[in-house]
Design a protein around this ligand. Structure first.
Ligand SMILES: [Zn+2]
Length: 97
């Protein structure tokens, strides 16, 4: 049986997903689930390097003013520019080199 990280790797090789989407697909509930996914993604980015893949990050964006965050494995809670908490999550995808 595939582990959660293996399932995430399979999904990201086929398309791009946000942490919330991954949590939903993997049937993870509760407040901590996105945090678990982010931790998995950090591990996956290291595995990817070892296995000749690259983790692509579409950065988070403020849905109010359009501010684009740094491309990193994190979900920002608040826009530094307009202070809005209406944030589009980053999206992740794996590509083989
Ligand atoms: Zn903003």
């Amino acid at each position: 049986m595939a582990t959660r990280r293996e399932k995430i790797i399979e999904l990201l090789l086929e398309g791009d997903y946000s942490p919330s989407e991954l949590a939903r697909i993997l049937d993870m509930r509760g407040k901590g689930s996105k945090k678990v996914i982010l931790e998995d993604l950090k591990v996956i980015s290291k595995i990817a390097k070892r296995e000749g893949m690259v983790l692509l990050i579409k950065p988070a964006q403020c849905r109010k003013c359009g501010f684009v965050f740094k491309a990193e494995i994190n979900i920002p809670s608040r826009c530094p520019k307009c202070k809005s908490e209406w944030i589009e999550e980053p999206r992740f995808k794996l590509e083989r080199k």
